[in-house]
Ligand binder design. Structure first.
Ligand code: GLU
Length: 322
């Protein structure tokens, strides 16, 4: 087996890059590049209503402005493309068929918000209550025409009633009982859109990704993804869930904390290497006020230097530190 590290940047084009997600992407880049690995840019644009038309171009521009690069991606091509999820739907469809053929899915006609939101990664507050299993066993012996009560169903995966345990590279052993926390979760919405949980698992495997670096607000998605990896017999990548950047109110960095988009600092005349210096300082890799490129950080990079508590910041604090 090859020991090449393969990582990915997987932004959703639902908004501009801000200091919080830029820091996570810098860490993902450093982790791969410091070990001469391969990096993929994958655009996660399945959530139609939330995706903004110009956002992919802006994201790519912002990432490049910071000094990050990738080997495979929508703008550079690569052996496992396409690198935009809406262009990969037949792959997700095949996985849904495989799960269904193995009896691991059931149709669901409930009108619940977890179905509406399934195409996006569930960030805190977006994950609805546990699905109580209302549609489990409901359509097993109905006549074909009336099977789904005249409605297009969503599809849910049957989750085993057990603790799913994995070893996060930063947090150590994590154990969660998906059946208790989320219940049977959606893998395909009733309009045919694949769910984030399914798409990410299918793509990471198809693209040979063996290292996932992402915000720890997605920690509760990982056991769901492990359930799907088991059912689909796909390998499990190494996971690094990194602490988030939060506002002084303790909430995930957002508009209410002022404009922390990279473009806002760029437009204010602040140079990229000062922003990288601030992000690196938050990662335990630079002194306050240092100016650096991502390349210059490579010899310093060490996961053990990353503080495991969230960074507290808003626009004003960032400006004071830049
Ligand atoms: N596209 C997801 C998001 O921006 C991240 C998915 C992942 O890293 O697994 O929230």
């Amino acid at each position: 087996m090859s020991s090449l590290v393969v990582g990915r940047l997987a932004p959703s084009p639902t908004g501009a890059l801000h200091l919080g997600n830029a820091r996570t992407f810098l860490l993902a880049w450093l982790s791969v590049r410091s070990r001469a690995g391969r990096l993929i840019l994958r655009i996660e644009d399945l959530d139609g209503p939330r995706v903004k038309p110009e956002a992919t171009r802006t994201l790519i521009h912002d990432l490049r402005w910071l000094g990050l690069d990738w080997d495979d991606g929508p703008d550079v091509g690569g052996p496992n493309g396409p690198y935009v999820q809406t262009e990969r739907t037949e792959r997700y469809q095949r996985a849904v068929e495989q799960l269904n053929a193995a009896g691991q899915l059931y149709p669901c006609v409930c009108s619940r918000t977890d179905i509406q939101n399934a195409a996006s990664a569930p960030h805190p507050g977006e994950d609805g209550p546990r699905y109580p299993g209302t549609c489990q066993g409901r359509f097993e012996d109905g006549a074909a025409a009336t099977r789904f009560a005249g409605r297009e169903p969503a599809w849910r995966v049957r989750v085993p009633a057990e603790e799913i345990t994995f070893c996060d590279e930063l947090l150590g052993n994590v154990s969660m009982d998906v059946s208790r926390l989320a219940g049977d979760f959606v893998v395909q919405k009733n309009n045919g859109t694949p769910a984030y949980q399914l798409a990410v698992v299918v793509d990471d495997a198809a693209m040979g990704v063996n290292e996932v670096v992402r915000g720890d607000d997605l920690l509760s998605s990982t056991p769901r993804q492990i359930v799907l990896q088991r059912y689909l017999e796909l390998p499990r990548p190494a996971y690094y869930h990194v602490p988030l950047v939060i506002g002084p109110d303790g909430l995930r960095l957002a508009k209410r904390h002022g404009d922390t988009r990279l473009s806002a600092f760029r437009d204010a005349g602040i140079e990229a290497h000062r922003v990288v210096g601030l992000l690196a300082h938050w990662c335990g890799l630079a002194a306050p006020g240092e100016s650096l490129t991502p390349q210059q950080l490579l010899p310093r990079f060490d996961w053990r230097r990353l503080p495991l508590s969230p960074v507290v910041c808003d626009r004003q604090r960032a400006l004071e530190q830049l």
